[in-house]
Write a protein that binds this ligand. Structure first.
Ligand code: SF4
Length: 175
């Protein structure tokens, strides 16, 4: 059985954040996905999970994705193509997880957030501002919130960047 069939999306640039060169997307869903959310939470490792009404927040490499019963919101997108790729991937995941749900333990809580001080320890701590933030500490909070990614710090050597990406976890969506 296909759980989620269709959605209608709107792409926009957030007015409150004009300095931020990213797009947001809201997709209105044809079906109510409430019942699949706790299974999806187990499978993808939700950042946060709210029970009533249900909502699941995921982060993936700098993007925040929030799934509500009839809506999916995605922020920090490069362009409309990326939004469509993520929505198609989510639809595929939702339908696959729903099919396999008998073998999955539903989870009704989010995973613990990564510690800001632990993230800061892994940054260069020069406060050079090349990431667009006034200090490394501010950048660390944005990493913890999933709004920016380690690659946004040009001062981080490749090995440290990979280590930080592993520490922050999060899944990668695939086309
Ligand atoms: S670019 Fe890196 S080193 Fe510079 S302030 Fe940002 S996080 Fe710190």
């Amino acid at each position: 059985m296909v759980y989620l069939k269709r959605y209608k999306k709107v792409i926009f640039r957030p007015e409150q954040n004009p300095e931020f060169e990213s797009l947001h997307c809201i997709a209105e869903l044809e079906q109510d996905i409430s019942a699949v959310l706790p299974y999806l939470n187990t499978h993808l490792g939700g950042f946060e999970y709210l029970k009533n009404p249900p909502a699941l927040m995921l982060k993936s490499r700098g993007r925040l994705i929030t799934l509500h019963p009839r809506q999916i919101a995605i922020n920090a997108l490069k362009d409309a193509d990326e939004a469509e790729k993520i929505l198609r991937w989510l639809r595929k995941e939702i339908n696959a997880i729903w099919k396999a749900r008998d073998g999955i333990q539903p989870t009704f809580e989010g995973l613990p957030r990564p510690g800001i001080l632990e993230i800061l320890r892994q940054l260069p701590k020069t406060n050079c501002r090349k990431c667009g933030q006034p200090t490394c500490l501010v950048f660390a909070t944005r990493l913890a919130d999933g709004v920016q990614v380690p690659a946004d710090c040009p001062e981080l050597p490749k090995k440290s960047r990979q280590g930080l990406e592993d520490f922050l976890g999060g899944f990668m969506f695939t086309d």
